[in-house]
Ligand binder design. Structure first.
Ligand code: ADP
Ligand code: ASP
Ligand code: MG
Length: 402
């Protein structure tokens, strides 16, 4: 008997009739002779609405209480979905993250799953039940509720699939699969039948919100076969898996863009060992994630260092940077939160020289200035002005996706 984990995102359970639609899909999978575990997100935009409520109460809510609040969204959906499945004459039981044995570290609002003990889930599956698990939440060692970051239900589903050694993890969402670019921004984007774990990891990390990056990491590390598909039709979705050979890979599989980026520059950093360590260790200690880093050419024993953080971290980063500037004797700093990152991703890039140059050619042709560049074997990313990002993504798509 196969074990299948199915995850339904917020738009798939936005109202009672959609919840009933999900229940139908779930029991259909059960009827095919599978053991079924379902992971659900909060209804529609509930998580955003709960965050709006917080801001109406206080500017300093405290991370523990935010997680306490946000985790309620998923609790509503698991109970309603279990009821809808039961109404169809099947037997379902809902579990919170804690009840499903999902243990996390204590980094509230961006907790990482450290262990899953799916004993209760297994027991209920053995009793022929459909198990419905709350996405996005787990329990810390000290018994606190912690959430996994936005989009975290994807990670709950894949991690559970890994722990249960499931045969397949299906992510049901509001698009037919993974597209060559965000279909909301690039109307000509096309659905991919398959994509490698590595490419998907890059696309997700570079802003393609269709999957949480951590979910892809889990899928790759535990070889979980992953399918992304629509909860509104029966089309085949996109399979995420291992690539057979790099030679057969597309130079560019997809284009991603990310508006959640801010840029900080520190001027005239003394050119001596330990400066980068000082800057980035201090930021790391404040739990501020740094993404791209550029250090220029040394002039007069001084150097400029530019890096990016998420916009959410900018406010916390600025006083830290101000203190660092004073301490190391740099001449000052600037920041800009009106930037965006556009990226091209493709596993075949490594065997196709000139892909990066082609990207720069397209951006130049569109009159778009490149402010920062970073590359890896399978991606090239550029920081540009935010108001040019839609133009950039569409032009890059037209150039690379034929
Ligand atoms: P869910 O609520 O089901 O988790 P999300 O909103 O998190 O759904 O993710 C689905 C959305 O991801 C789509 O509506 C789409 O706009 C966006 N998206 C961004 N990049 C891509 C891409 N390359 N392929 C498909 N969808 C993408
Ligand atoms: N409800 C959470 C969010 O909106 C988790 C998820 O949907 O995956 O981010
Ligand atoms: Mg999502």
């Amino acid at each position: 008997m196969r074990t299948i984990v199915q995850k339904f995102g917020g738009s798939s359970v936005a109202d009672p009739s959609l919840i009933k639609n999900v229940a139908q899909r779930v029991v259909h999978t059960k009827d095919e002779g599978n053991r079924v575990v379902v992971v659900v997100s909060a209804l529609g935009d509930t998580t955003d609405e709960l965050l709006d409520l917080v801001h109406k109460i206080t500017d300093h809510p405290g991370e523990r209480e935010i997680d306490m609040l946000l985790s309620t969204g998923e609790q509503v959906s698991i109970a309603l979905l279990a009821m809808a499945i039961n109404k169809l004459g099947y037997s379902a039981i809902s579990f919170t993250g804690f009840q499903a044995g999902i243990y996390t570290d204590d980094a509230h609002s961006k907790a990482r799953i450290i262990k899953i003990d799916p004993q209760r889930v297994r027991q209920e599956l053995d009793q022929d039940k459909i198990v419905v698990v709350a996405g996005f939440q787990g329990i810390t060692e000290s018994g606190e509720i912690a959430t996994l970051g936005r989009g975290g239900s994807d990670t709950t589903a894949v991690a559970l699939a890994a722990a249960l050694k499931a045969d397949l993890c299906e992510i049901y969402t509001d698009v037919d699969g993974v597209y060559t670019a965000d279909p909301r921004v690039v109307p000509s984007a096309v659905k991919l039948d398959s994509i490698s774990y590595d490419e998907m990891l890059e696309l997700a990390s570079l802003g393609a919100l269709v999957l949480q990056p951590r979910a892809v990491e889990f899928a790759k590390n535990y070889a979980v076969p992953l399918s992304i598909r629509s909860s509104f039709n029966d089309y085949e979705g996109t399979l995420v898996g291992e690539v057979e050979s790099v030679e057969n890979c597309r130079p560019v599989s997809g284009i991603a863009h990310d508006l959640n980026v801010a840029k900080i520059g520190i001027f005239d950093v003394p050119d001596c060992p330990g400066m980068a360590r000082k800057i980035f260790l201090t930021l790391a200690n404040e739990k501020i994630n740094v993404d791209m880093i550029i250090q220029g050419w040394v002039r007069d024993d001084r150097n400029d260092i530019v890096f990016t953080v998420t916009r959410g971290d900018l406010e916390r980063a600025l006083p830290v940077v101000e203190a660092i500037v004073k301490e190391i004797g740099a001449s000052g700093f600037v920041y800009n939160d009106q930037v965006a990152k556009v990226s091209i991703v493709g596993a075949g890039m490594v065997t196709n020289p000139g892909v990066a140059a082609d990207m720069f050619k397209v951006l130049a042709r569109e009159g778009i200035n490149i402010e920062m560049i970073s590359t890896s074997e399978i991606k090239v990313s550029c920081i540009i002005q935010e108001d040019q990002s839609i133009k950039a993504v569409n032009a890059l798509h037209a150039e690379f996706i034929k």
